[in-house]
Design a protein around this ligand. Sequence first.
Ligand SMILES: [Zn+2]
Length: 299
Amino acid sequence: MTGAVVGLDIGGTKTAAALVGPGGDVLERRQVPTPARSGPAAVLDTAARLAADLLDAAGPGPVGVGTAGTVDPATGTIRYATDSLPGWTGTPVVDALAGRLGRSVRVTNDVNAAALGECWVGAARDCRDVLLVAVGTGLGAAIVRDGRVEAGARGAAGEIAHLPAPGAQRLRCGCGRYGHLEAIASGTGVAAAYALATGTRLTGRTVAERAAAGDIVARQVLDRAGTALGTALAGLVALLDPQAVLVAGGAAGGLLPAGSAAYSAELPAGWADVPLRPAALGPDAVVVGAARLAMDTQE
Ligand SMILES: [Zn+2]
């Protein structure tokens, strides 16, 4: 492991790049809106331009990438992505960026990258076995086992969005079915539950602001979402046996009070000491973890 590495974060809203030092410190960062509506070539051009700006100061090794979507671990191609990046499914991210940058490229899903970052210099820096849950517009998770992300047979291990969740029976999931965890414990889920209760359609963020300002219905919606999440995580602890569970993402804060209480109440006795912690790296988690992935896989 020598010198600094460039990490990229390709999301539906923003694309970020950072020069990350060998100790995990962010030395320089760049961020621009992702030109998602202009198609995959424009998204790749934008990401390559940001990375190229930082490459002169980096060591000679690969560039790391965390991207929205499910990544085929064998080819570095996107197996599946939602409409947040239209046309992204099928994009050969590794080959396309390597061609543009003249460097080898390592790619993983963005939640996986965030988990690597948190295990390196974030809220799980003392851990090699971690479950990280990202609560944003949707709900994702990553499993880190002995310091490496569990990929699964199709690069999609850790997908917790479609677990059955008590309390979500009347809420439609992004997959089209009802009763799944993402349908209640996500920004979209919170917005839908609030609309169902009040007839008023707000964003998940606004529901959280109303709860903080004393809106009782908003607080109840967030508490139900947090309880569903905490209960599910307690069950997953027994399945995965991690050292810690981390909750990341823009919608995490509103769910944590009820989520932590439900998690503690539901943890099986053998795992009563497994902590539930907020993630620590915020928006830097993906670029830092992508850099770590590149460092770990230098030839
Ligand atoms: Zn679903």
